[in-house]
Design a protein around this ligand. Structure first.
Ligand SMILES: N=[N+]=NCCCCNC(=O)[C@@H]1[C@H]2[C@H](O)[C@@H](O)[C@H](O)[C@@H](CO)[C@@H]12
Length: 446
């Protein structure tokens, strides 16, 4: 094993999301989310899987925090179920829902684990979706009001906030391709939802500056886009794919403008926006979260909405169970690119992991060597970015637990801890043992 030095104080942790692990979606006065509705709509998820129970984390959180401590975790990135706290999406606060996150944060701190809080991880209150959701310009204020409720309750104990998780997936999955809640397939709605997500992000950051005393950022999924060949059509499609996924959200935040290719991508569906929107979106942020899984290889294809290019991993590529190419160098390249394009602000890898075909439990072990190898190569890639001068401050493995992989249900498992969904028994996999060694050696075991 090569010794890999990570900076002193590098933050090692794991990540999850409310709807994927909590269960009890309507308990204690919680309001339904769009994922409650979507997962209960026949045909929307594999096997009709829902988050009704999931990992039962709403009730088992104390044991899960204890498990994090046993693994030596220093941080835990979780998300808040907006509807649990504001059942109608705005207005009255559900104190019991807020109380869950209050207890979770205290339990984490009592166990020496830093809480990182994501305000929005895809589970919009159904009540707000019924009023247009991300298509209603008022959602920027709804989101900022909800964020302020959370700041008042948790800021100080939570020192790192993220407004949104992966706005690209929210819109590409939820408004364009219909694969995710709320399940729309509408080219015209997609850029409108994106713009309102960015305005909501800006409004929440502005609200934080008025009363927060710590740090706030945003979490984006980025993957390097490479042309399938040197055919000019492939190269042009790759540029559009890069703009659409990788630059569409951070360019407005850092430069106050969308990438020029967006007009090409959306054509007549691409709207114009007023200058004051960009001023709101451009609120200064303190840190950036990168969710990295894979790279994209783009092949020109006029039928492939909306960039006119489809993802085509090269022959011989090794794929995970979700069909994503193993490409750890892309993590190094992306971290370097983010620093060079957006400046030297603190970066955190807020998600990185893989769905692998795990062997069944045998003798109390899950020998997920593929996942160990994935983590080892990607941690090495993070270390390469640090050596290249990128200010990477932490790494959160996706995910702590096997959980509800959205529309794929429980059929795909990303956890370093196995969950038996019949008994709710947690079993650390070999990858959890490996990760515990990595943490204990500050990366040396990678
Ligand atoms: N081709 N291709 N491209 C890959 C595009 C990745 C987009 N999906 C994500 O990043 C989601 C993120 C989410 O936060 C989490 O809630 C999900 O459980 C994980 C695993 O799916 C990842």
């Amino acid at each position: 094993m090569t010794r890999r030095e990570f900076p002193k104080g590098f933050l090692w942790g794991s990540a999850t999301a409310a709807y994927q692990i909590e269960g009890s979606p309507l308990a204690d006065g919680a309001g339904a989310s769009i994922w409650q509705r979507f997962s209960h709509t026949p045909g929307k998820t594999v096997n009709g899987d829902t988050g009704d129970i999931a990992c039962d984390h709403y009730r088992r959180y104390a044991d899960d925090v204890k498990l994090m401590r046993e693994l030596g975790m220093q941080a835990y990135r979780f998300s808040v179920g907006w509807g649990r706290v504001l059942p109608d999406g705005n207005g009255r606060v559900n104190e019991k829902g807020l109380g869950f996150y209050d207890r979770l944060v205290d339990t984490l701190l009592e166990n020496g684990i830093e809480p990182l809080c994501t305000l929005y991880h895809w589970d919009l209150p159904e009540a707000l979706d019924n009023r247009g959701g991300w298509l209603n310009p008022d959602i920027a204020n709804w989101f900022a009001d909800y964020a302020s409720v959370m700041y008042r309750k948790l800021d100080g104990r939570v020192k790192k906030w993220a407004t949104l998780n992966e706005p690209w997936v929210v819109t590409d999955g939820g408004y364009l391709h219909g694969a995710l809640a709320p399940g729309h397939e509408n080219l015209f709605e997609t850029p409108i939802a994106s713009h309102h997500l960015l305005r909501a992000h800006g409004a929440a950051v502005k609200a934080y500056r008025a009363e927060g005393k710590n740090q706030i950022g945003i979490v984006v999924n980025i993957e390097p886009k490479h042309p399938a060949s040197d055919d000019p059509a492939d190269i042009a499609a790759t540029k559009r794919a890069d703009a659409y996924m990788n630059r569409q959200y951070l360019d407005p935040i850092f430069f106050g403008r969308y990438p020029g290719e967006m007009k090409e991508v959306f054509g007549e569906a691409w709207p114009e926006w007023p200058a004051e929107d960009y001023a709101l979106i451009q609120q200064k942020i303190d840190w950036l979260g990168l969710n990295y899984y894979t790279r994209g290889v783009t092949k020109a294809d006029p039928k492939a909405w909306p960039v006119g290019g489809r993802n085509e991993p090269p022959k011989g590529a090794v794929l995970t169970e979700t069909g994503w190419e193993l490409f750890p160098k892309g993590l190094t390249d992306t971290l370097v690119w983010m620093k060079e394009r957006y400046g030297d602000l603190p970066l955190y890898v807020t998600e990185n992991g893989a769905a692998m075909k795990d062997p069944p439990i045998a003798g109390g072990r899950v020998q997920d060597q593929h996942r160990v190898d994935y983590l080892r190569t990607h941690l090495s890639a993070v270390n390469d970015a640090i050596k290249a001068g990128v200010d990477v401050r932490g790494y959160m493995v996706w995910s702590l637990l096997d959980n509800l992989e959205w529309s794929l249900g429980y059929s795909k498992t990303f956890g370093i801890v196995h969950v038996d969904f019949k008994t709710q028994q947690r079993t650390p996999k070999d990858s959890a043992r490996f990760y515990a060694e990595v943490i204990a050696s500050n990366g040396g075991a990678a």
